[in-house]
Design a protein around this ligand. Structure first.
Ligand code: GDP
Length: 313
């Protein structure tokens, strides 16, 4: 992938796509193609084919997906499975058909069995039942991995798949109900601080453990793998930094500067008990995360203040 290559970032307005775009631009890639949702509906196969026929990107980062937290996944199962299957099938098929040199597909750590041994190795895929709160999304992502592998086997198409751990950072969705835990808590703690509330609710028991990765570090891994990796096997990308939800809530409370208490709402689901990836494969290729959780939370809160809070209050 040289600096003059034509690169398409699908999903460039999302958390992951916007980070990939930032990193590509700062690394000096000059010919980057993007389309927002109004210009190109990725669930529309004919439109996707027309776009690829016109633009002929050589490298495709497939970061477009319908995503959401634990509540959105259970509330909109049809949207999660349908939109993700359509988006990924259309883009992978068009990339192959219109001669792209390489495609990187972004999966998720929720593709692994709910009770997979920890840390989770790539080969545990399809070795047990999924976590039910997000199985619709997980099944679509597993189909994406298999589509990429099938196109490689049958057509020799150079598709690779990367499984990120739980991500956060600038550009995230901060919707209080539907977002993932970090943006949801940043927003809730910030609102509580502004209104002078004494207590903030955190869903579940606080006991589940999660590994969080700052999205710009993921973007580095995406660009590295696009450059140096060309295999059928999926590649995990995680920080190795694991915290309980209670510890995370405390870290967000400190970042935001809320001085009240945290109350665990046990009527809300915990989801999978633990999700720590074994990232030795990507580390052996030379990748390391650069941003510790405390620093990443600070940067994300700054972004929230400038882009979300500034518009709401
Ligand atoms: P998951 O890793 O797929 O379960 O994604 P989430 O980011 O939605 O949730 C991670 C964990 O944080 C789960 O145990 C949630 O119950 C917990 N959690 C605590 N408070 C919240 C919240 O306000 N929103 C979300 N989405 N999760 C929360």
């Amino acid at each position: 992938m040289d600096k003059s290559a034509r690169i398409y970032v699908a999903g460039h307005r999302g958390l992951v796509g916007s980070a990939i775009l930032r990193r590509l631009r700062s690394a000096g890639f000059a010919d980057i193609v993007v389309r927002d949702r109004k210009e190109l509906d990725l669930t529309d196969q004919a439109a996707v084919n027309r776009f690829f026929a016109e633009e002929r990107p050589e490298y495709v980062f497939l970061a477009a997906a319908r995503v959401g937290g634990i509540k959105a996944n259970s509330a909109f199962p049809a949207d999660f499975i349908r939109d993700n299957l359509l988006i990924q099938t259309n883009v992978i098929d068009a990339a192959y058909r219109f001669g792209a040199a390489k495609l990187l597909f972004l999966g998720s750590s929720c593709i692994y069995p709910r009770l997979a041994p920890q840390p989770i190795r790539e080969e545990y895929l399809l070795s047990g039942p999924l976590e039910p709160t997000n199985e619709w999304y997980a099944v679509a992502k597993i189909a994406g991995i298999k589509t990429v592998q099938a196109f490689r086997r049958q057509y020799g198409f150079r598709g690779i798949s990367l499984m990120p751990t739980n991500l956060y950072g600038p550009g995230d969705d901060f919707d209080p109900e539907n977002a993932h835990v970090i943006p949801a808590l940043i927003r809730r703690f910030h609102e509580a601080k502004m209104s002078g509330a004494r207590e903030v609710a955190v869903w579940g028991s606080g006991a589940p453990r999660r590994e969080f990765l700052y999205v710009d570090d993921l973007a580095d891994a995406c660009i590295l793998l696009m450059r140096v990796y060309d295999g059928e096997e999926i590649v995990n990308v995680g920080s190795g930094e694991e915290v309980t939800i209670a510890e995370l809530a405390e870290a967000v409370r400190r970042t935001v500067g809320f001085e009240g208490n945290i109350a665990f709402d046990r009527s809300k689901p915990d989801g999978t008990p633990r999700k720590l990836l074994d990232s030795s494969r990507v580390r052996s290729l030379g990748w390391r995360p650069a941003t510790a959780l405390a620093e990443g939370l600070r940067l994300t809160y700054e972004w929230f203040l400038a882009h979300v809070a500034a518009k709401c209050w």
